[in-house]
Design a protein around this ligand. Structure first.
Ligand code: ADP
Length: 430
């Protein structure tokens, strides 16, 4: 009986062990299937499995299908992005943290003379060797675009703009400006030609009007007023034409201005005297006061630039201050402060007046051609609407900036700010 019990237990243990072994072998079998499938995970070769493994493989199949679908969608989105980016006429390139080319469009390849296949991951400064471009790239001051010659067509010109991305990468945008520059040159030539053509007939008309009004009895008394008006209007047209010609000369002059040292003391005294003359001219009526024109200039500070251009720019600012600062009676004269001084390594020419002032909304537009806050006041005082455009262009040519602050009814300050490179410090004898 005891022996029978032992033999039955042994048999049961054997059966149980064999079943367990079979169970383990089947798991090892499916595990190895899974292992081999993972080496080359294609959807069609995924094992079917049995029992628990059937569920595992089904879940894997579903996951893999979704994955494939997402991959297809991602590829399609990338393809669409690439087609769209290449369809943009501007060239686009992404630069990495060491300014290496990570990606670029076909237009960027053409405009910048790159070949993405061979230039990928190369620093862009090795490929575009223009010193202005290299300085611009390293300056990290990208608020203004850079003008550059087209790398594959010397006749064409580009505008380069860099945008710093959050990821320490840079987006470089190149734009072909050739067509726009041609149109701009045509516009400038047209204005210059029209002004030239109008100048001669206008001089003739003005001359005859003057001769007739000087001749005794040539103009009947009842027409004299009309003659005066005709002369005034001819004079106004002449001033507009002169200003248009000045503006187009400055605009089309792309070379750098004369860099000789300007004696600012004598220039500023000349400007102050002109201003006194203008104030007397505008306020001929004896009941009107003349402006007080104050000059405060640093005697040790000179400037490098074109005397002719800077005299025109400074005179424009001073004459505006006088023209827009009314003087009512002898007790209420307008105050004009001209100052020339050094501040934070920059030289500042500023004109402050106590005139009519300008509302904030107009300030950004004042340097546009023919933009006037008050047309009739501008006209009455001999304005052309071109003065500040001329000032802006002259300052750009001298790498200077125009700053305007104003308060309506209180007065305005116009400042021309020159960079350190244009400053000359001179010794003054005690
Ligand atoms: P304008 O010949 O009409 O004076 P500008 O280009 O010199 O033309 O100036 C443009 C406009 O800016 C002027 O018409 C005037 O409205 C405004 N402006 C310029 N300077 C002053 C100033 N100092 N005070 C008030 N307004 C000014």
């Amino acid at each position: 009986m005891f022996l029978w019990l032992i033999s039955s237990a042994t048999t049961a243990l054997l059966v149980f062990s064999s079943a367990l072994l079979l169970y383990l072998v089947s798991h090892i079998f499916w595990l190895s299937k899974l292992y081999f499938w993972f080496k080359n995970p294609t959807l069609k070769d995924i094992p079917e499995g049995a029992g628990l493994w059937e569920d595992v493989f089904n879940a894997l199949l579903k996951y893999e299908r979704n994955n494939n679908l997402n991959q297809i969608k991602l590829n399609a989105a990338l393809e669409r992005f690439s087609l769209t980016a290449n369809a943009i006429p501007d060239g686009l390139a992404i630069l990495g943290s060491a300014n290496e080319i990570e990606w670029c469009t076909t237009n960027a390849e053409n405009q910048l003379g790159l070949d993405f296949n061979s230039d990928k991951n190369l620093p862009i400064v090795n490929l575009i060797r223009d010193s202005h471009f290299i300085a611009y790239l390293y300056s990290e001051a990208y608020s203004e675009p850079l003008k550059l010659k087209h790398c594959r067509n010397s006749e064409a010109s580009l505008e380069i703009q860099i945008i710093q991305l959050a990821s320490n990468q840079k987006l470089l945008i190149s734009r072909d400006m050739t067509q726009l520059e041609k149109v701009d040159a045509m516009r400038r030539d047209f204005i210059a030609n029209v002004s030239h053509e109008l100048r001669t007939p206008l001089t003739v008309v003005g001359g005859f009007l003057e001769t007739l009004s000087d001749m005794d009895g040539a103009v009947p008394d009842n027409l004299k007023n009309y003659f005066v008006m005709m002369q005034e209007q001819a004079g106004r047209m002449r001033r507009i034409i002169e200003d248009l010609l000045t503006l187009s000369t400055i605009e089309s002059n792309t070379g750098s201005p004369n860099n000789s040292e300007i004696d600012m003391q004598s220039l500023l005294r000349m400007i102050q005297n002109d201003a006194i003359g203008l104030s007397h001219g505008l306020n001929q009526d004896a009941t009107l006061a003349k402006h007080h024109i104050h000059l405060d200039a640093d005697p040790t500070l000179n400037l490098r630039g074109s005397l002719e251009e800077l005299r025109s720019a400074f005179s424009n600012l001073v004459s505006n201050a006088i023209r827009y600062t009314p003087t009512s009676d002898a007790s209420n004269s307008g105050e004009i402060f001209i100052s020339w001084h050094l501040q934070d390594d920059q030289a500042i020419f500023s004109v402050r007046d106590t005139g009519i002032g300008i509302e904030d909304k107009h300030i950004d537009r004042l340097t546009e051609r023919f933009y006037r806050v008050d047309r009739s006041r501008s006209r009455e005082t001999g304005g052309t609407g071109l003065g500040l455009s001329i000032v802006k262009h002259i300052l750009i040519r001298h790498q200077a900036k125009l700053s305007i602050t104003s308060k309506l009814g209180v007065g305005s300050t116009f400042s021309a700010i020159f960079p350190n490179a244009r400053i000359v410090k001179k010794q003054v004898a005690d």
